[in-house]
Write a protein that binds this ligand. Sequence first.
Ligand SMILES: NC(=O)c1ccc[n+]([C@@H]2O[C@H](COP(=O)([O-])OP(=O)(O)OC[C@H]3O[C@@H](n4cnc5c(N)ncnc54)[C@H](O)[C@@H]3O)[C@@H](O)[C@H]2O)c1
Length: 337
Amino acid sequence: KTYPEVNFLNYKDRKKILVTGGAGFVGSHLVDKLMLQGHEITVMDNFFTGRKRNVEHWIGHENFELLNHDVVEPLYIEVDEIYHLASPASPPHYMFNPIKTIKTNTIGTINMLGLAKRVKAKILFASTSEVYGDPEKHPQDEGYWGHVNPIGPRACYDEAKRVAETMCYAYQKQENVDVRVARIFNTYGPRMHMNDGRVVSNFILQALQGIPMTVYGSGEQTRSFQYVTDLVDGLVALMASNYTKPTNIGNPDEHRIIEFATIIKNLLGGSSEIVNKPPVEDDPQKRKPDITTAKKHIHWQPKVPLMVGINKTIEYFRSELRRSKHSERNIWKPEYL
Ligand SMILES: NC(=O)c1ccc[n+]([C@@H]2O[C@H](COP(=O)([O-])OP(=O)(O)OC[C@H]3O[C@@H](n4cnc5c(N)ncnc54)[C@H](O)[C@@H]3O)[C@@H](O)[C@H]2O)c1
């Protein structure tokens, strides 16, 4: 087996990095970047929504380890940094078993903060723009406290992420743990789950299959989507910075849902009709990050234009739909190659 060529780092510069949820969509791209930089990576995943396929190009590499482990159970390993991403991210996945979603983000985060404390590792928690709920402030900056329904269908995710942030800062204050909190806004790209259920993947899959493209509600609600490699760059920059307060990582380029549907329909030029369905309960009407903090403190801003990202994502889903045999391996090369 051959591997993508990784940078050689000497003993002093090479870090041992744990990526929880590293077999998932975002995690696997982060793993690619950190592996190529030459670090030693341990992926811990229970494969609820993640797949070995996403990291198969690293299996067997001497800098790579894959652990089938649930973050709700403690883990004892030696690491320098922890990227804590383990958690289902799309509404159908996190609503599938709400209690498990709560446990993963609360008990799981306590476990990772405990590990960071014991081994004196830096820890980055993957929080979410969902902490702002259905926002009354637009765009959303980190000072906004949010507008979340604590007993609604999304609460298992939103509130669990909110209390997980609270835990991070309690460990920082009480135990001096070096924490980073990334508030991630909607992200898309290759390796998204086929059943992700969010607009970009839904529209692309529907258009590729020539079936109706479903818009929930009027389609006037807005979203801002960032391409996955921009997010990964932001996470790595945040970890490397000295900035410890919550940081929005997202693309402020805002579009109406109906615009996304039209862009994808026009790009694919298929026979799919755009149809409206009843709105989803507690669906936020507006989403747009204020990224002043990220620009100022971690010198990061997104780079990938929407059309470039959408085209790469279409290419990925097209090849996944064509796949008919198990022996057809994951030909998707790491984005950074
Ligand atoms: N993708 C986005 O748009 C987005 C937006 C905001 C926040 N986030 C956050 O980023 C992180 C990664 O999201 P993603 O889009 O890659 O989702 P994903 O579902 O593709 O990845 C999550 C990974 O975590 C694993 N996982 C879930 N529960 C686990 C458990 N109990 N123990 C161990 N592993 C577990 C899954 O198997 C999967 O590999 C999540 O924490 C999510 O909340 C993502």
